[in-house]
Write a protein of this length. Sequence first.
Length: 485
Amino acid sequence: MYTKENLNILEQSLKEIFAGLAQRDTSHTVRENLSPNELKGRVDVQVKKEGVDEDEFLVKLREVITNSVKTDHPLFMNQMYGAQNLHAVIGDILTTLLNTSMYTYEVAPLMTLIEKECIRVLGAKIGYEPDRTDGIFTPGGSVSNMMSMVLARDARFKNAQKDGLKEVPAFSIFVSEQAHYSFVKGGAFLGIGGDNIIKVKSDYNGSMNITSLESAITKEKEKNRIPLMVVATAGTTITGVFDNVKQVQGVALDNEMWFHVDAVWGGSLLFSAEQAGKLKGIEMADSVSWNLHKMLGIPIVCASFLTKHTKALEGSLSVVAPYLFHEKEEEAGLDLGRKSVQCGRRVDALKLWASLQVEGEDGFELRIDKMMAQTNLLAQKISEEKDLKLYCEPQSPIVCFQFVNDGLNVDQVNEINFQIRDRLFKEGKIILNYSHVEGLIILRCVISNPDITDAHLDQIRDGVLKHGRELVLEQLDPIDNLKYS
């Protein structure tokens, strides 16, 4: 129970937290380069049996803030999330304070209505008809993708939920070779088998090759395997490009397959009139995964799963639990725990709802358009430099490129790009990532902060060029034991 005294303590702690966050100077480092032992020496994380007093607790909170990566920094581009929306943060704080679980209308009446409203908004952006939209907020995109596999299984094999897979004919699920690893993990977790997740060849930029998809389906049919499901990736993890959703849907229709769109990353482009065309055909998807914390600044985690089959979630996931679900006609369909993998579940929808209340869909569109404008500007700046090479034209707020030099072979170029990222990471002023693609090491910048400036983009370009040119002069040859291997 919140008494006046402990609310005063809470207020003091929150003031300390926000003051500490506000004091973090974004003109300096995103992170400090500390080893685990150095960090242990700096911060005492040990839990004491007798506890600490409030003053010491606040000191420890300051240490937590000081020694954490500044994910709200414009030059934090390592992962697919970034600066948080203030009103969504308020929604997240309120979620914790109210401490509601989302399994029944009985315990979460207004939160249930809020979640259903958020699902309605997202379904409308996808293009689902209002009376054919269902969904749930999930623990993350990986779980959402696994849920699509369960729904696909149960739609085709009506007794699978009860009998398991022992009586089910052999089947295959098709994804791009650039699809998220959660599908292979899901195959193992659900008893489908990771080897039954067929990885389809993608084009150079990472988009699924439709001819290869059709060929892969034919081969599986020749093995007397049923093509159960195909996944279109709307924003790949590495390059952020989109499969041709409409073409993949056509293949799914021709082969009577469940059609899922993994829009965990790219779904938020649907809020932009200028960008939404990249997901043309998503309205035909049987199910969609969409993470709102990826581009929209909603605190982690805010993930959703949507389907146009209004009875599918309950059909696959609902079980009898009379201690929890009480039949009340006026609350029919409002016990959201009936269609969730979880029992206890946070009100993640409140963060999105709070943001939508203030920003509106127009605010989300502005955020997306600003990030895409800066993404395209960074790509242009890279293309103008002879020592930099754009890997592919960006389709979402991810820019992939390399430092190049005509006098170096592929291994040397790879080593230099690895070292560029390593040096930038240790400096801590810019955190970008790298990845292996088609035998190359590419640098990868995720633009997830709408306030990133032209000067920040110049800082990225100039930092890569500086270290790359220094490394060329150091003549990394021969390279016997590549550090990135």
